[in-house]
Design a protein around this ligand. Structure first.
Ligand SMILES: [Zn+2]
Length: 419
């Protein structure tokens, strides 16, 4: 059977994305589909309905992950898997996550339409709570599925209103019976928007990340001395906010100092008592350092930590440091990365090799199966905002790369015994 010339249906993909974008649509043109909210349930229901319409076998696991399985010729072979997430950030965009799920659905619809029978089964997945904005941490359910996070621990994660994840799973009817634990997967492809400006700047259509940056998180608490701002002379103050301000700039300067394509960010700060006429006495802030090079990220941290200590000493504001979370960089499977690159070129698309600065469910999937990702350009590099956009042409291009990458993997039978 020749399948080189088949392509996804771009307008059908667009229609599914537009239909999904109505669920939780925000006035600013984005979507708000927080994990296990009513909107998430409606989007899941529609996704399951669409899966059933093309006769895939639908399974829901204990974490609410939804799997749609299309049979292969030999169902004893490990399936090829693809997918992403339906949940969104608060006031998030219409493409983050859902593009990978609708892109995978479009691949399955195309295979059905062209009567393509693959050797291996193909499984399309919606991972629960990728975003982590309602229940921390991110990538929670793929982490449980991969055996890296504990199910009971995940069940007891709470949102800001104190609601437990497991209760919300039950409430929306997506606490499934299947165990949330991994099975053999032949290859995992995740199709996603880039969420950065590189592809647009380079004028390329398909991004192929070689992996995901390491991620190091730190929490810092500074202690100053509160006092009335008027009568207290400038000399001798212990102003915790000024100490933090100096430290934040050190973090900002760190990537240029260290090199290696590192990024470093202070994204969260709490100032106490946050009053215009009291010298701040307690400041909490976070540091996020990401790099392809784990050791470089550690050296950068040691470097900036020395600066922090010097600033704290000079300003008389003792500092407490917590090394909160470290995830090593995640290289994807070289064979699959090459396959995605070659496939995109064969289809006539321009390709840019890159690295993902953002975490994805693919991070946990690398621990279970050979994994690769396909990136589509983000207009203006914007993501996690309502104006997040990708052109329909680019959405279609990425889905074609997904289709043919999946086909190549799903036609492989090398694990079959040969005489
Ligand atoms: Zn995402």
């Amino acid at each position: 059977m020749s399948f080189e010339n088949i392509r996804v249906n771009g307008s059908r993909l667009r229609a599914s994305l537009e239909e999904m974008a109505k669920i939780g649509a925000t006035p600013g043109g984005g979507v708000q589909r927080l994990t296990l909210s009513d909107e998430d349930k409606r989007a899941r229901d529609l996704f399951v309905q669409w899966l059933r319409e093309i006769d895939t076998e639908v399974t829901i696991d204990q974490m609410g992950n939804i799997f749609g399985r299309r049979s292969g010729r030999d169902n004893s072979l490990a399936p090829v898997m693809t997918g992403s997430h339906i949940d969104s950030q608060p006031k998030g965009g219409r493409f983050d996550g859902i593009l990978g799920v609708m892109g995978g659905l479009e691949v399955l619809r195309t295979l059905v339409e062209h009567n393509v029978q693959t050797e291996r089964p193909i499984v399309l997945v919606d991972w629960t709570n990728e975003e982590g904005s309602r229940f921390a941490p991110a990538m929670l359910a793929s982490g449980v599925w991969a055996g890296r996070l504990d199910l009971e621990w995940a069940y007891n994660r709470r949102d800001v209103n104190g609601k437990r994840l497991v209760d919300e799973l039950e409430r929306i009817g997506y606490k499934g019976p299947a165990p949330a634990s991994q099975w053999p997967v032949h290859a995992y492809y995740e199709y996603h928007i880039e969420q950065g400006p590189v592809l647009e700047q380079k004028g390329k259509t398909i991004g192929v990340p070689k992996g995901i940056y390491c991620l190091h998180w730190y929490d810092l608490d500074l202690e100053g001395t509160a006092n009335q701002v008027g009568p207290t002379p400038m000399a001798g103050r212990h102003d915790a906010l000024c100490a933090a301000a100096e430290m934040i700039l050190k973090v900002n300067e760190l990537p240029e100092k260290m090199g290696g394509g590192m990024v470093a960010t202070v994204g969260e700060i709490h100032n106490h008592p946050n009053s215009r006429n009291i010298i701040p006495d307690q400041v909490h802030f976070t540091v996020d350092i990401r790099s392809w090079d784990d050791d470089l990220a550690i050296r950068a941290w040691e470097d900036v930590r020395n600066d922090f200590q010097a600033i704290a000493d000079r300003r008389g504001c003792p500092i407490r440091i917590e090394e909160t979370w470290r995830v090593c960089h995640t290289p994807f499977d070289e064979v699959l990365v090459r396959r995605v690159t070659e496939t995109a070129r064969e289809l006539g698309y321009t390709v840019h090799p890159m690295v993902s600065g953002a975490g994805h469910d693919a991070s946990y999937m690398t621990m279970c199966a050979p994994t690769a990702m396909i990136f589509a350009p983000s207009i203006g590099g914007r993501s996690h905002v309502e104006v997040e956009r990708t052109t329909w042409e680019d959405c279609e291009a990425g889905a074609n790369v997904l289709l043919h990458s999946i086909l190549k993997s799903a036609m492989e039978v090398e694990h079959t015994a040969v005489g």
